[in-house]
Design a protein around this ligand. Sequence first.
Ligand SMILES: Nc1ncnc2c1ncn2[C@@H]1O[C@H](COP(=O)(O)OP(=O)(O)OP(=O)(O)O)[C@@H](O)[C@H]1O
Length: 276
Amino acid sequence: MAEEQNNGGCSESSCAGCEHASTCESKKEDFRVPANMYTQVKKVIGVISGKGGVGKSLVTASLARMMREKGYTVGILDADITGPSIPKMYGVHSMARGTEDGILPCIAKDETRIMSVNLLMEDESAPVIWRGPVIAGVVKQFWSDVMWGDLDYLFVDMPPGTGDVPLTVFQSLPVDGVVIVTSPQDLVQMIVKKAYNMAKQMNIPVLGIVENYSYIKCPDCGKEMKVFGESHIDEIASELEIPVLGKMPLDPVIAEAVEAEKFYEAQNPYLKEIEL
Ligand SMILES: Nc1ncnc2c1ncn2[C@@H]1O[C@H](COP(=O)(O)OP(=O)(O)OP(=O)(O)O)[C@@H](O)[C@H]1O
């Protein structure tokens, strides 16, 4: 096809077997890192947000729980290196063990496999004060050195924003799609588009968008109050042509499951299943 042709007159699909393939400047550079030899993952799904504090980790764990409840084997790669929260949500505090072949993920009570920087530190309250490239390197190792085993779904909890680490994950891991998490404020529309455009530029499908903190429900009269203002999620979703996967209220039952470190038995009734 005409648009596939590069400057040399050949096409990307014809690289295979071409004697100039290794030196050809028009060939796209491949930054993918190989998975550990004991890893077979069917689908890798990233959870991203344009900015911090929108409940991205909660949505990551909720999606993982949903798939686990359906009987799938599930893992969570906590790529939020400086703000890891997944292990605590699942009540996992033991240190990950290593063997000659790699690092074993920790197993939560619902058998979700988890890897996070907190599981590699003696003191889980010690801050991670590392520069971007070091952090990005650790995330790559969570793919290349962790023995994930056979997984139907690996969810990647990304750090907020469109910085170094999301870029590294998109380039290094075989991400099948991303879910964007947002909150109802106006400014967020622009931030959502940044996250969306980043995924698009990296040729990663956007599987849907979740709005968190959409409302709170009065425990006495049941009235819904939109504390962060009117939702714009439907407009954004139709403009970007992506499905809305849910509008989540601030829910005390969910908050309690996190606080009690028992997310392994939590259910999030506000989310729809991802279609891949
Ligand atoms: N809908 C909700 N109902 C109840 N609690 C919530 C809800 N959403 C988030 N929380 C709670 O708010 C806190 C922050 O959420 P979370 O850690 O998921 O944010 P985050 O977006 O991952 O943060 P950051 O992006 O800054 O790393 C957590 O304690 C979480 O359990």
